[in-house]
Write a protein that binds this ligand. Structure first.
Ligand code: NAL
Length: 326
């Protein structure tokens, strides 16, 4: 696979292509970041960006994971102490999931976001950014209905972090795109350089194929799920025999194969009794999706293989979590 393709596979948006192509010429030692508000347990949304980070490490890049404790605080996610504890647990889960410990740097926002230089730069961004712009950037991130002053400081800090962490590339889910667009415009306004960004897709809700999968609404899969819970959730998933259900719906079972399973496994074996044709082995998402559409692969069999692949992916993180609680 060529380097540009490895960097950009399974993304919904590349901002902008020329800059990422240039990065693909010489990715060795370049720094990419992703940031997360610490939250108790990793779910598939986090893991989707983590898969992208693993691709980038494979291309030779250094990964920086920002445990965005100050951001979580500004977004009303708990007391500062609670958030710090959660961040520590989150770090352990990322490593268990397969990020390369040697080439992953974990940074707390509070390590540098409370310094004088940083604070003065935040104030400069407050002066150059309209209130309206900052509020719009937060539409998909803000917790609660009422916008607080903290919610408009938040995206300015996220933009500034890209400068302070000395990054060559930023990664985030599609829900982060308006913050990144603000970064592209506002960093140059205060004399810093904008950076390229990759946006990963938001996987549809498992049972309906609609909207986004998140821990707050609908059913998601988390690192805490037991093998049995995972099987139950996957079995109840929406899985029409097509990759493009009508309207805005998605096929979440196929999405999970595409974004979570095939990037991490060389092949997927669907076990079937001999009287139903015997086992099927897939080496690519394409062939599996084609067989589901043609009827060669039954949704129930696809779900069985999906549940066991996901189980294998989250098992190390599940073990780390239970050790930390013991
Ligand atoms: C991600 C978040 C917060 C701050 C960041 C700073 C730099 C890079 C990434 C960052 C969290 C993200 C969320 N906004 O919604 O989880």
């Amino acid at each position: 696979m060529d380097t540009y393709e490895l960097l950009t596979r399974n993304t919904d948006e590349v901002v902008v292509e020329d800059e990422v192509r240039e990065l693909a010429q010489d990715p060795d030692g370049k720094r990419v970041y992703v940031g997360y508000e610490p939250s108790g347990v990793l779910h598939l949304g986090h893991l989707l960006t983590a898969n992208k980070l693993i691709d980038l490490q494979d291309a030779g890049m250094e990964v920086v994971v920002l445990l965005a404790d100050v951001h979580a605080y500004l977004n009303d996610k708990g007391t500062f102490e609670e958030i710090r504890e959660t961040a520590e647990r989150m770090r352990a889960q990322f490593l268990a999931y397969g990020l390369d410990e040697e080439r992953t740097e974990f940074v707390y926002g509070s390590d540098y976001q409370l310094e004088e230089d940083y604070t003065l730069d935040v104030h400069e961004l407050e002066l150059s950014t309209t209130l309206n712009r900052a509020q719009r950037a937060m539409a998909e991130i803000q917790s609660g209905e009422t916008a607080k002053v903290s919610h408009v400081v938040y995206p300015l800090m996220q933009a500034l972090d890209i400068e302070y962490l000395d990054l060559d590339l930023a990664i985030g889910g599609m829900d982060q795109r308006k913050v990144h667009m603000l970064m592209r415009e506002e960093l140059p306004a205060i004399g810093y350089e904008a950076r390229p960004v990759l946006h990963t897709p938001i996987v549809a809700d498992l049972t309906t194929g609609d909207g986004k999968m998140s821990s707050s609404e609908g059913i998601t899969i988390s690192m805490e799920d037991s093998t049995e819970e995972l099987e139950e959730k996957v079995n109840s998933a929406f899985c029409p025999p097509t990759r493009d259900p009508e309207g805005d719906l998605e096929n979440p079972v196929l999405e999970l194969f595409e974004y979570h399973v095939f990037p991490r496994f060389e092949e997927v074996v669907v076990e079937r009794p001999d009287e139903y044709g015997g086992d099927l082995t897939y080496e690519s998402y394409e062939t599996l999706a084609t067989d589901l559409e043609s009827g060669e692969l039954h949704p129930a069999d696809a779900k069985g293989a999906l549940a066991s692949s996901l189980d294998e992916l989250i098992a190390p993180g599940r073990d780390v979590l239970s050790e930390m609680r013991a």
